[in-house]
Design a protein around this ligand. Sequence first.
Ligand code: 5GP
Ligand code: ZN
Length: 116
Amino acid sequence: MDDCIFCKIARGEIPSRKVYEDDELFAFHDINPARPVHLLVIPRRHITSLATIEEADAPVLGRLLAIANRLATENGSPDGFRVIINTGRVGQQEVQHLHAHVVGGPEPVGPMLKRI
Ligand code: 5GP
Ligand code: ZN
């Protein structure tokens, strides 16, 4: 995807504060952190969202989740963290390249959602 901001970050065409990369995954600090630790983990390959995944995407998604604990621990959230994957319009996904937010820090992150 030529004009996808997260594809450009994964290719190094837009700078980011990288915390991890391998053949399939790329992780970096969110530019506008909501908590002391706020990382984004993305597949290098463009996948739009959890609403568009296919069976073949399962391994990379598994790896994406499996790396979250290590990244949280290494970056200041050793005692747990929260993973958020906003999806589509209702999930209020702003960037249309699948990404997991890994949020945490020394203190609990707060309520999961504001109750209706
Ligand atoms: P979404 O609402 O799509 O789940 O979250 C998108 C996230 O991407 C937001 O938290 C936003 O701060 C972050 N973001 C958007 N553009 C950039 C960027 O250019 N660099 C970085 N590091 N984060 C970005
Ligand atoms: Zn992309």
